[in-house]
Design a protein around this ligand. Structure first.
Ligand SMILES: C[S@@+](CC[C@H](N)C(=O)[O-])C[C@H]1O[C@@H](n2cnc3c(N)ncnc32)[C@H](O)[C@@H]1O
Length: 344
């Protein structure tokens, strides 16, 4: 016994420290969530403030807010000055609303709806079912339709992470041949706006659920592409708009199990002319033990919507079931690839 633990000696403490940090991860999720929900970074933008002023502006208990700010300062998100005021660091500035790539909406989802979903991971692993539906009695997207405030936060979180992804895709893939790009499940248009801006010869059709399309105009207008883009509301399990020579599905197929994914792809294939192409923008799960965020996103999809992240051959098989042939996979500067396919 003694010998066995000695021979492992040097490794035990660092391993325990690492695991301890990992298992406490939700503390940090909730600390950042509360800062995001209270809008602390917005309040401190441009003007350092003391705890009493912050507590008044956020309607919180000053001594407890102080404890939160002390923890956040320890995490490097804010900084306490010698006069007791706080200011935001570069890290904390990512929580400022509306800044490019802002993470405030994402932090709120992580602390509220997604947090609740992840609380059911054990259920998902035991049953293979989503965790979200038993908790809320609705699918994730029904929940968004029924809760407009959450939907706003979700759309904002998608839009802010999507802009960087769309820029990377626009750099990696040649869209110069496209006349009409249909963005299927395109959210409020953050992805399509970037692609249309970079490709002035193309028109767009933004397609999503009615509650999402209702909030779509502003982003397209502020990108200056609204006059080249139609917005269409619908359900991609029923039908998708015709008239495209490129069908774009960014972060769509990973939301769904295989049967539902094939149903969406078949609806696209149904309206695609023979010379059209279809692009999936997804992260591809690497083989073996290679660490990859895609392996964590895969569980995120399991608990939320019953979807999954997939290997390359799994995308090839799904596309084949919808009479589409995978032609190439183009990596981008971010962890999302362009998976191109053509009608068979
Ligand atoms: C993960 S988001 C991706 C949004 C966007 N493509 C992007 O890359 O940021 C999934 C999108 O699918 C849309 N969606 C979900 N169910 C749908 C349906 N049945 N018909 C049309 N769109 C749907 C959602 O409203 C949401 O905008």
């Amino acid at each position: 016994m003694h010998q066995a633990s000695e021979s492992r000696g040097g490794d035990v403490a660092p391993a325990q420290d690492t695991l301890l940090q990992m298992t406490n991860g939700y503390w940090i999720t909730q600390i950042i969530y509360v800062a995001a929900k209270l809008g602390i970074a917005d309040l401190l933008e441009g003007s350092p403030q003391g705890i009493d002023a912050l507590a008044q502006a956020t309607n919180t208990h000053a001594p407890s807010l102080y404890r939160l700010m002390r923890a956040l300062a320890g995490l490097g998100m804010f900084m306490e000055n010698e006069d007791g005021t706080y200011e935001t660091t570069n890290l904390g500035r990512c929580l400022v609303s509306g800044s490019p790539g802002a993470l405030r909406a994402r932090a709120i989802l992580n602390g509220e709806d997604w947090y609740r979903g992840w609380g059911g991971l054990l259920h998902s692993v035991r049953t293979g079912e989503t965790a979200f539906e038993p908790i809320t009695g609705m699918t994730f997207f029904e929940h968004l339709a029924a809760n407009p405030e959450t939907a706003l936060v979700f759309n904002e979180a998608m839009a802010s992470s999507t802009e960087a992804a769309a820029t990377a895709v626009a750099d990696a893939y040649d869209f110069s041949w496209c006349r009409t790009i249909v963005d299927v499940g395109g959210g409020t248009g953050a992805f399509l706006a970037v692609i249309l801006k970079a490709n002035p010869q193309a028109r767009g059709i933004l397609f999503d659920r009615p509650n999402v399309i209702a909030a779509a105009g502003g982003l397209l207008a502020s990108a200056g592409v609204a006059d080249r883009c139609d917005v269409v509301a619908g359900d991609f399990f029923q039908a998708v708009p015709s008239g495209g020579d490129l069908y774009l599905l960014s972060w769509i197929i990973h939301d769904w199990d295989d049967d539902r994914s094939v149903a969406i792809l078949k609806n696209c294939r149904w309206v695609m002319p023979d010379d059209a192409r279809l692009l999936l923008i997804e992260q591809i799960v690497p083989p073996g033990n290679q660490p990859s965020l895609s392996k964590l996103y895969d569980l995120h999809m399991l608990v939320l919507s019953g979807g999954r992240e997939r290997r390359e051959h799994e995308y090839r098989d799904l596309l084949a079931e919808a009479a589409l042939e995978l032609t190439r996979i183009i990596p981008t500067a971010v962890p999302r690839s362009v998976i191109e396919s053509v009608p068979r």
